[in-house]
Design a protein around this ligand. Structure first.
Ligand SMILES: Nc1ncnc2c1ncn2[C@@H]1O[C@H](COP(=O)(O)OP(=O)(O)OP(=O)(O)O)[C@@H](O)[C@H]1O
Length: 281
């Protein structure tokens, strides 16, 4: 058995539609330790969400598999909670009820009614949403909805928190604020986190390691960067930190090189090759 908390082993994924098949992932191998904050970065369409969805159990790998805390992942489960770019709150429920519903589903055996109530309040307090318990999603801002989504995910006490561009739809100031909140919460809870992002600064600021994916088709892990910056991290101070800037440059270099390869492929491809994400089975 792997000593790692989360293991993604030789994962491949091919989507098929009639005679056309699209090998999105090939031989993805990754291990994540307990309490680690790991980001996945890569060009649009390379297969980042596909990796996350396989870990979430929402998609089945065509080859290989995922092991979390010694158990193979075969379906979605409360040990993995997902936060998407666009909130997925139930619009007819209040902020409190949205979190309470997840707590009812996952904590009934471990907490009694009063404890579950306190737990909902605690998680909403952690993300700074205690003032809006009785409002519905339509009555709060995008940043507030993401906060509630994060509270709901945390309240489930997952073994791994899966974040799919959680700040992607937010304006720059709200995003910065929420990133700081997530760092504070992470310092307190030490969750195991797998996050997808397009944002190089966000990846360096939040992560212990950054996984850089190659472009598809048949995307895999290109490089992994260890981010050895002391915590707590302060975005203003980091702007002048030579290591921070070196990490940023390394990611940008990787992404730039991969982009050049795609452009050169497109320039030299014959018309039948010009659809890099779809190939005949
Ligand atoms: N359910 C599906 N059925 C068929 N093809 C899919 C499915 N999900 C994803 N794909 C294809 O897999 C490829 C990778 O998609 P994915 O969403 O994983 O990429 P991504 O790196 O997360 O992209 P982005 O950064 O733009 O969100 C794309 O070509 C996409 O069209």
């Amino acid at each position: 058995m792997s000593k790692h908390y989360l293991t993604i082993e030789n994962v491949g994924k091919t989507f098929s539609s009639g005679p056309v098949s699209n090998e999105v992932l090939d031989n993805v191998n990754l291990t994540v330790d307990r309490g680690e904050y790991l980001s996945i970065i890569g060009h649009s369409g390379c297969g980042k969400s596909t990796v996350l969805n396989i870990v979430a159990g929402l998609l089945e790998a065509t080859s290989g598999g995922v092991i979390l805390d010694g158990k193979e992942v075969n379906s979605p489960g409360p040990d993995r909670s997902l936060v998407f770019q666009n909130h997925s709150l139930l619009p007819w429920l209040t902020v409190y009820e949205n979190v309470a519903l997840a707590v009812e589903k996952t904590q009934k055996r471990t907490r009694n009614k009063a404890e579950r109530h306190e737990w909902v309040l605690k998680n909403l307090e952690m993300v700074g949403m205690s003032h809006a318990l009785h409002q519905r999603p339509a009555e709060i801002s995008g940043g507030m909805k993401q906060r509630v989504g994060i509270a709901r995910a945390l309240a489930m006490e997952p073994k791994v928190l899966l974040l799919d561009e959680p700040f992607g739809a937010l304006d720059a100031l709200t995003r910065a604020h929420l990133q700081d909140e997530v760092m504070r919460i992470q310092a307190e809870l030490n969750n195991t986190v797998l996050m997808i992002t397009h944002d190089v600064d966000e990846a360096v600021l939040l992560s212990d390691r950054i996984v850089m994916m190659t472009n598809g088709p048949s995307a895999t892990i290109g490089e992994i960067l260890d981010v050895d910056l002391p915590r707590p991290r302060d975005r203003i101070e980091l702007a002048d930190n030579p290591d921070y800037n070196r990490y940023r440059r390394e990611i940008l270099r990787f992404l730039h090189e991969k982009q050049k390869k795609v452009e050169s492929f497109r320039e030299h491809a014959t018309p039948t090759q010009q659809e890099p994400t779809a190939k005949r089975a």
